[in-house]
Design a binder for this molecule. Structure first.
Ligand code: CO
Length: 154
């Protein structure tokens, strides 16, 4: 395991759309292990592959109740609305209140390629949406509830 460098605001990779994972190999497993270590070391609750410079559709989330690894994740259900303060390891020192669904169900694959679903509410829903957004080049500043604060990051 190793701590990876987190890509910061201004790097264009944060704005690119990631490609699907096709190979569930040792390299994917190793990178997921590194991402978990990097996320925990940075005291974050999620990290997406583009944030360590890899344009592939996977991310990790840990809101305190265990690590979830999501490969090729898709939001299949969402409901409600929450407006809470949010930040991002790629935007140190920046925070904003975002619009997010209160509850989401995500279908994804694990590191072996097995499909599973996970449902999250509140912070977990927020973290899942935030990380999946990264795979489409979307950052939390694009989801601000009050768009006059912080400004759109385009
Ligand atoms: Co982020």
């Amino acid at each position: 395991m190793a701590i990876r460098t987190i890509v910061k605001d201004g790097d264009e990779i944060l704005r690119k759309v990631s490609r699907s994972v096709l190979n569930f190999d040792d390299r994917l497993a190793q990178t997921l292990d590194d991402m978990i270590e990097t996320m925990h070391a940075a005291d974050g609750c999620g990290l997406a592959a583009p944030q360590i410079g890899i344009l592939r559709r996977y991310c990790v989330v840990d809101v305190g109740d265990g690590v979830i690894e999501l490969v090729n994740p898709v939001i299949i259900e969402k409901s409600g609305l929450q407006q809470e303060q949010e930040g991002c390891l790629s935007f140190p020192g920046r925070w904003g209140v975002t619009n997010r669904p209160m509850r989401v169900t995500v279908r994804a694959q694990n590191r072996k390629g097995e499909t599973f679903t996970v449902t999250g509410e509140g912070l977990k829903a927020r973290a899942l949406c935030h990380e999946i957004d990264h795979l489409d080049g979307i950052v939390f500043l694009d989801r601000l509830a009050d768009d006059t604060k912080g400004g759109r990051h385009r």
